[in-house]
Design a protein around this ligand. Sequence first.
Ligand code: PAF
Length: 282
Amino acid sequence: MKIISSVHVLSVFLSRLSKKDTLGFVPTMGALHQGHVSLVKKSLHQNSLSLCSIFVNPTQFNNKSDLKNYPNRLEEDIKLLKEIGCDILFTPSIKEIYPDGLPKKEYDFGRLDKVMEGANRPGHFNGVAMVVSRLFEIIQPQRAYFGKKDIQQLAIIRCLAAQKFKNIEIVPCCTLREKDGLAMSSRNLLLGKRYRAAAPRIYQRLLSVQKRSKNNSVSELRVWMKDVFEKDRDLVLEYFEIADAKSLNKSNNWSDSPIHVACLAVHAGTTRLIDNILLEIN
Ligand code: PAF
């Protein structure tokens, strides 16, 4: 596996690829888990070359301590990527990505970045769009891979690609879960024993919502979820929303859309976790 940290060196390397090559790109912030591995494997399967980037992007963190505590495991990440046969690892510094300092660019995603994660993490999606745009401009892949756990991020990236990167195919990838149902996330490494034991309740409650959606209204489920978390001493609900699975507009009735998605953000101690589940009603 080639490990490159400089934008210039990477650009020269990529410019020498054959016209027949297809390049798959998996952007990450490191602390890789099996979810990331599945993205890289999908890319390896669909492309002649696969590039994974590891860059903890400061512009998408609206909370300084969250950025400071973000897990860093570069050595383990390199070992894992080598084992699965990733071709190129790009590990730029902040200076390489933002040579003129942190940019102030503003993107327009309509209502998409005003709800759920967007409403609760001001500036987050603007920062994601900034770094993904910069990485897409440098790497110019044919395909880029994003996980469905971050369903709103996936919708934002699709919107960004439709606006600015029409030649890049955005490939959605399924959420991978631990045996107890907890969605894989780099942040799971930050959970201590107590909160790791509590965290599987998040998915269990989403499954309950899926089951209850057959016999309950959207507003009844909102109230039910709030009540369940209020009784939980270890998990604090930041938001729970039921929305149209495509537009992510808030659903008021099941008849609003053929497929809804239930999304939430939860604090387990100092660690913030998100998850979602699709609700097909009929
Ligand atoms: O999902 C992530 O890990 C990040 O938001 C991404 C897409 C790598 C951008 O920093």
